[in-house]
Design a protein around this ligand. Structure first.
Ligand SMILES: Cc1cc2nc3c(=O)[nH]c(=O)nc-3n(C[C@H](O)[C@H](O)[C@H](O)COP(=O)(O)OP(=O)(O)OC[C@H]3O[C@@H](n4cnc5c(N)ncnc54)[C@H](O)[C@@H]3O)c2cc1C
Length: 402
């Protein structure tokens, strides 16, 4: 967003309380798809994929996008029927490379998938990103364009004049050698014409800076803890390097690391009784029952489930876990909209597990909200209805969530 605005000639100040990637962005599985069930998101993700694909040549950096494809596979007839309807919508939006496959077609193209399925949907231009290339290059180019970037600096207050923010008050964050926050240092005050709130899960905290509870609709964010596991080849000579992202209808999914050495697993199943709370504390916390080494835990249950769909995974070895927290919106669509009270504030939060891939589209919507406003936006000549991201909207769930 900062880079996009700087490229349009805005004078931008970027304030981050940690270093870039301190939140969910540094913990993502980095997968990217256009197979969604909300029309604006399908079209927006087609735009995002084009931007991600051109990122390396545009900014003369390493390849940031790898179109390895996304395969959804189904055993549940009801879910398979819904997937076919969604596929028809995706194709209507111009995503003609997304296709429905029968069980025989899946077996012919992806022989490692169990035969015990009804079929799937496949889009070869979906793929994997390298977020660290994207955000480090974006920061570097943005700074060259004049963006002032404060790292380790937390916004702690705002000056409001009527219905506008006129100034942000931030302080340098002091950390010990373990990077724990131990206090605050120098003040950083920034005068502003407008503010973009991109504080993800911390919105639950930052919205107290500018809103009066109950007075106006606010982005409704709920934390959802997510665990990610890594399987290693365990001496096997299997080559994963060309595998796509595979998502099953029970919500378990996997993708290979770009090197093809390890397989990364995740599951959208709720992680109760574990509850995510303060984001700083719980992003990397892995409680008993959720570690890669708990033999009767969540990880092994997920692994067993996935091995039922992709039998070769059963021969690998569980080696590692990571975790993070999604900033979930009630309908799994983000809130990208002008604040209902503070006229020069735009929110871009609530990405519900798909914000990394969404980022080029998010930047376009934020610019539209700053310059034009309203819920109809021109995207490459198409008048796009973006009310799915409005604050105070009637919630219509995005069904394809991982
Ligand atoms: C395990 C996991 C797997 C995921 N997999 C994928 C995936 O495959 N594909 C995908 O597209 N998405 C994925 N996501 C989701 C994606 O990572 C997020 O949606 C996206 O990174 C959100 O970006 P963000 O910038 O909105 O939020 P964040 O990256 O969380 O950034 C918010 C930032 O705000 C800063 N901040 C907070 N309060 C303040 C303050 N007061 N002052 C200054 N700074 C502040 C924080 O330090 C933080 O860095 C995944 C997420 C997780 C946790």
């Amino acid at each position: 967003m900062a880079l996009d605005l700087a490229e349009q000639g805005y004078q931008v100040t970027l304030i981050e309380k940690g270093s870039p990637g301190n939140g969910a962005s540094g913990r993502s599985v980095a997968a990217c798809r256009q197979q969604f069930s909300t029309e604006s998101t399908i079209r927006g993700m087609m735009y995002a994929v084009r931007q991600l694909r051109d990122f390396a040549s545009r900014y003369e950096t390493d390849q940031a996008y790898f179109p390895r494809g996304y395969l959804f596979v189904y055993r549940d007839p009801e879910q398979f029927t819904v997937a076919q309807t969604e596929n028809a919508l995706q194709r209507q939006c111009g995503l003609t490379e997304a296709v429905v496959l029968t069980q025989t077609e899946v077996a012919a193209r992806f022989p490692y998938v169990s035969r015990d399925i009804l079929g799937g949907t496949w889009c070869p231009t979906d793929g994997f990103m390298r977020p660290e290339v994207i955000y480090s290059t974006a920061c570097e180019v943005a700074e060259r364009l004049g963006v002032v970037h404060y790292r380790n600096t937390e916004v702690l207050g705002v000056d409001l004049s009527g219905d506008r923010i006129t100034r942000l008050h931030a302080r340098k964050v002091l950390r010990n050698t373990d990077l724990d926050v131990v206090g605050y240092g120098d003040k950083v005050d920034v005068a502003c014409d407008f503010v973009v709130n991109a504080t993800g899960l911390w919105t639950m905290k930052t919205q107290a800076l500018w809103s009066t509870p109950g007075l106006y609709p606010q982005p409704e964010i709920e934390p959802k803890k997510v665990f990610v596991y890594y399987l290693s080849k365990n001496g096997l000579t299997v080559d994963f390097s060309e595998w796509p992202f595979v998502a099953t209808d029970c919500g378990a999914y996997c993708r290979p690391e770009l090197s093809g050495d390890k397989m990364i697993l995740g599951w959208i199943r709720r992680t109760d009784p574990y509850r995510a709370e303060a984001p700083d504390r719980c992003q990397d916390e892995v409680p008993v029952g959720f570690s890669a080494h708990d033999l009767d835990g969540y990880a092994v249950e997920m692994w067993r489930e996935l091995a039922g769909w992709l039998p070769v995974l059963g021969d690998l070895g569980m080696v590692q876990h990571t975790s993070g927290v999604y900033d979930n919106a009630p309908d799994h669509n983000p809130f990208i909209d002008n604040d209902k009270h503070v006229k020069n504030l735009v929110h871009a939060v609530g990405f519900s597990g798909h914000g990394a891939m969404h980022s080029p589209f998010t930047a376009r919507i934020v610019r539209h909200k700053l310059e034009v406003g309203g819920n109809t936006m021109d995207l490459d000549g198409v008048q796009l209805d973006i009310s799915a991201y409005a604050i105070g909207r009637e919630f219509k769930p995005e069904h394809k969530v991982l």
